[in-house]
Design a protein. Structure first.
Length: 203
């Protein structure tokens, strides 16, 4: 029985060379590439709404929103990924002269999906918390009008707030703006929420 050859891991420079020429996006961590799944129309609509609303509210300000085309690097851990939305305030810092990899976002938002929700809530948020400039992290549901907001306090602890319902509004202290959930979820159709399986009989 032959001895399996060790899997060769990529360097960060090799990943960037591949990624900048690639058609599809991939995350990078610990020498490994992880292909990013395509989003649904619902996911895309919410992400587009987010970028639009942040763009309107930050117009003329020193802070600028970017969509998922802009890569973010967690310098402390080496993770390279593509948030659905990132906001950076001046001075903007990038990894290199290509200016396609941001390193100092103030706010990051991820639109949750069934396949990525556990990662976005868990390991990915652990990574994002290593970014010194990050002050807010938003988890945006695509199944019902709800945004979970994590705010970094001065003592380094993270405070959770939640805005639920189309009539709700979300105050973002890091940017001094307010979002209306009716705008974030504009034209989004939600399936009826079921709290018990269909095959459970009522008593």
């Amino acid at each position: 029985m032959g001895v399996p050859e060790p899997v060769r891991r990529l360097t960060e420079a090799e990943y960037l060379a591949v990624e900048r020429a690639a058609v599809f996006k991939s995350e990078f961590f610990g020498g490994d590439l992880f292909a990013m799944a395509g989003g649904t129309r619902q996911h895309s609509r919410i992400a587009t709404n987010l970028v639009r609303e942040f763009s309107v509210r930050l117009k003329g300000r020193s802070c600028e929103p970017f969509n998922s085309d802009l890569r973010v690097k967690v310098e402390a851990t080496g993770l390279l990924t593509y948030p659905d939305l990132s906001v950076v305030c001046r001075p903007q810092r990038f990894m290199d002269a290509e200016e396609d990899t941001l390193v100092n976002p103030v706010l990051i938002a991820e639109v949750l999906s069934d396949s990525t929700e556990a990662y976005d809530r868990g390991k990915k948020f652990e990574q994002y918390r290593q970014i010194p400039s990050l002050r807010e992290y938003l988890l945006v549901s695509q199944n019902h009008p709800c945004i979970e907001q994590f705010i970094r306090r001065d003592d380094g602890q993270w405070l959770l707030r939640e805005a639920v319902g189309l009539k709700s509004k979300l105050v973002l202290p890091s940017l001094r703006i307010t979002l209306a959930l009716s705008d974030v979820f504009a034209r989004v159709r939600f399936a009826p929420v079921r709290i018990r399986p269909n095959n459970v009989r009522r008593k």
